[in-house]
Design a protein around this ligand. Structure first.
Ligand code: HEM
Length: 382
C-alpha cells in the first residue's frame, strides 16, 4: 500500500489520520507503527520481545530520527484529527521564519502577501534543502531536557544525551509520553551557534541513521550531500543573492568576523571560491536579530516567498477562507496546539522565544483559541 494510504484511517469517512492501536499517551494517540515489523528502531534494554515498540510512521521518513521530531509529528497528527486543515503555514511563516532570518530580511525578501502567482514554482530548491535550511543542524543542543510540571528536571525521566534518543520511540511510550519532552523544548534554549564549535559532537560523532551500522557525521553528510547534488560554491550563491563575492582573506574576515577561523578555512579550501555553501553560509556573522547570516537569510527568504506565492491554497489567498475565518486563523498558535493536544498546562505565548518559568508562561486557559463558529455556515475552500 502507498504510504499516504497507510497514514489515513480508511475505516472511517471522517477524514481522520491513522493512529497507534497498541499504545496511548494518557488517552491521547501516538503515531501508528510501521507495517513491516520487526522494525530497526532501538528497544528498551532488557525488555521482552513481546513488548517491542516499533518505529513510528509518518509522511517524513525522519520521524524516528530524534525524540523531539516524533513529538512534533505526533502533536500535529492529534491536532489534525481534532481540527481539519490546521494552519501550520501561518505558524511557520509568522512565528518561526522571521526569527531565523531576521525581521528586516523577512520584510525585504517576502514583504506583505501579494496574492497567488500561478507562474511561480513552489517546489523546494536544491540549495535550500541541501544547504541553507540545514543551518538548523548547528542549533541543536547536545542534551534533550525532560521536565516535570514545574519545568524542573523530571524526577523519573532524566535528561538525555542526544544520541540516546535516536530511533528510540520506546522512550516516548515507556517514559512519560510527549509532555516531559515538550516542556524541555519550551523551557530550555536551543544551542547558540558558536563559530569555534559549530556542531555538537552528538551529531558529528554519534549520529545514527537506520540501516547503517556505523555512527555518522552530520557535518560531513551535509558537505558531501551538497557535492553529490552539484551545488555551486559559497561565492556563486553570494553572487546569486546580489552580494559581493569574497575574493580575499580580508573580505572573508569582514563577513565571518574572526581572523582565526578564516585562517583555518583558507588552510582547507585555499580560495573563497572553493568553500562549500553550507559551511560558508553558516560561518557568516548573523544578521542582527536573526539566527542566520545574510546569505542564508536571502536563500531562505527566496524559498519562503515562492512557497507562499506559488501555493493556490495559501490561507491568505482570497477564496480559500472567508474574511471571518482568516481573522480566526490568525489567533491560532503553536502554544494553543500544545495545550489542545498534550498534558502540558502552562506555555509561553510565543513558544519560539525562550522565556523563563514561571514569569513568561501562561495557563492554557489564557491562550487565545480559534472560534470555529466561523466555519459553521460551510463557506470554506470555494
Ligand atoms: C537533532 C536534530 C537533527 C538531526 C539528528 C538531523 C539529521 C538529519 C539527517 C541525518 C539528514 C539527512 C542528511 C543527508 O543524508 O544528507 C537531515 C537532513 C536535513 N535536515 Fe536535519 N537533523 C536535525 C535537525 C534539523 C533542523 C533543526 C533543521 C532545520 C531547522 C534541519 C534541516 C534539515 C534539512 C532541510 C535536511 C534536508 C532534507 C531533504 O533534503 O529532504 N534538520 N537531517
Amino acid at each position: 500500500m502507498h504510504l499516504e494510504k497507510t497514514l489515513r484511517n480508511l475505516s472511517s469517512s471522517e477524514g481522520l489520520l491513522a493512529v497507534n492501536s497498541e499504545y496511548s499517551d494518557d488517552g491521547r494517540p501516538y503515531l501508528p507503527f510501521v507495517s513491516v515489523q520487526p522494525s530497526a528502531c532501538l528497544q528498551e534494554p532488557g525488555s521482552e520481545p513481546a513488548a517491542r515498540v516499533e518505529c513510528f510512521t509518518a509522511g517524513d521518513s525522519r520521524v524516528n530520527e530524534i525524540l523531539p521530531l516524533s513529538v512534533l509529528h505526533t502533536l500535529w497528527v492529534r491536532e489534525s484529527d481534532r481540527k481539519a486543515d490546521s494552519p501550520r503555514g501561518i505558524i511557520t511563516m509568522r512565528d518561526y521564519v522571521p526569527k531565523i532570518m531576521g525581521r528586516e530580511a523577512f520584510d525585504e525578501y517576502l514583504g506583505p502577501y501579494a496574492g497567488y502567482n500561478d507562474s511561480v514554482n513552489p517546489s523546494v530548491s536544491n540549495v535550500f534543502a541541501t544547504a541553507a535550511f540545514r543551518f538548523g543542524h548547528v542549533t541543536i543542543s547536545p542534551r534533550l531536557r525532560r521536565l516535570n510540571e514545574s519545568f524542573q528536571e523530571h524526577q523519573r525521566f532524566s535528561s538525555l544525551s542526544l544520541h540516546q534518543t535516536f530511533f528510540s520511540p520506546w522512550r516516548l511510550v515507556r517514559e512519560g509520553g510527549l509532555d516531559p519532552v515538550l516542556r524541555g523544548l519550551l523551557g530550555r534554549p536551543a544551542a547558540l551557534q558558536n563559530q569555534e564549535h559549530l556542531m555538537t559532537e552528538e551529531l558529528k560523532e554519534r549520529l545514527l541513521v537506520l540501516n547503517i551500522p556505523e555512527t555518522l557525521d552530520l557535518a560531513a553528510l551535509n558537505l558531501q550531500r551538497g557535492r553529490d547534488h552539484g551545488l555551486p560554491g559559497y561565492n556563486d550563491w553570494r553572487a546569486f543573492c546580489g552580494f559581493d563575492r569574497a575574493e580575499t582573506r580580508s573580505d572573508l574576515v569582514e563577513l565571518v568576523g574572526s581572523g582565526v577561523l578564516v585562517e583555518k578555512i583558507m588552510d582547507v579550501y585555499g580560495h573563497p571560491n572553493n568553500i562549500d555553501v553550507w559551511l560558508g553560509g553558516l560561518l557568516e556573522r548573523p544578521v542582527s536579530g536573526a539566527r542566520t547570516g545574510p546569505l542564508f537569510a536571502c536563500l531562505i527568504g527566496k524559498q519562503m516567498k515562492t512557497l507562499r506565492e506559488g501555493d493556490r491554497f495559501w490561507w491568505e489567498h482570497p477564496g480559500v477562507f472567508s474574511p471571518k475565518q482568516r481573522q480566526e486563523l490568525q489567533t491560532h498558535s503553536l502554544s494553543r496546539v500544545i495545550c489542545d493536544n498534550s498534558g502540558v498546562t502552562e506555555v509561553p505565548l510565543d513558544p519560539f522565544r525562550l522565556g523563563s518559568y514561571p514569569e513568561d508562561f501562561v495557563f492554557c486557559g489564557n491562550v487565545p483559541s480559534m472560534d470555529l463558529e466561523a466555519w459553521r455556515d460551510g463557506t470554506y475552500m470555494t
